[in-house]
Write a protein that binds this ligand. Structure first.
Ligand SMILES: *[C@@H]1O[C@H](CO)[C@@H](O)[C@H](O)[C@H]1NC(C)=O
Ligand SMILES: *[C@@H]1O[C@H](CO)[C@@H](O)[C@H](O)[C@H]1NC(C)=O
Length: 123
């Protein structure tokens, strides 16, 4: 009976190990930034909407973008905090597969945001 329990236990542990290995595979490179024109104009500039999306299973509670040279004539969405040359996204509702983070800005061309840091939380 005891041997049976040990075997069951090791199957459960193996199963958990396989699962956590799968979870730890998410990286910052699993985040993608997509941008679209909204079609609106703000003070004569195109309005853009950026989406930060992922297909990976982990949660991304903090994402840092390089915002060096970023400009907008529209007040920036509260989900994006500009701190010097960096933009920090630390929404109370973090980025997951089911919840992209989105923000809008207005300028005459889209800005190429690069992800320079962040946190990944895996279950
Ligand atoms: C941020 O972008 C600027 C302009 O493209 C670049 O010169 C700088 O090296 C970048 N910084 C980081 C941390 O990637
Ligand atoms: C973008 O807007 C700025 C400021 O209004 C202007 O100086 C510049 O010529 C514009 N660039 C283009 C490509 O329209």
């Amino acid at each position: 009976m005891a041997a049976m329990n040990n075997k069951t236990m090791s199957i459960i542990l193996l199963f958990l190990a396989l699962f956590s290995q799968c979870y730890s595979e998410c990286q910052l490179s699993d985040l993608k930034i997509e941008q679209k024109q909204t079609g609106a104009k703000v003070k004569g500039k195109q309005e853009w909407r950026a989406f930060i999306v992922t297909d990976c299973i982990c949660t991304f509670p903090l994402v840092v973008l390089n915002c060096s040279g970023f400009q907008t004539v529209e007040p920036i969405d509260p989900s994006l905090k500009i701190q010097g040359k960096l933009c920090v996204i630390a929404d109370s509702n973090p980025i997951t597969r089911f919840h992209p983070v989105t923000f809008r800005y207005a300028w005459n061309s889209s800005f190429l945001f690069n992800i320079v840091g962040g946190e990944i939380a895996c279950p």
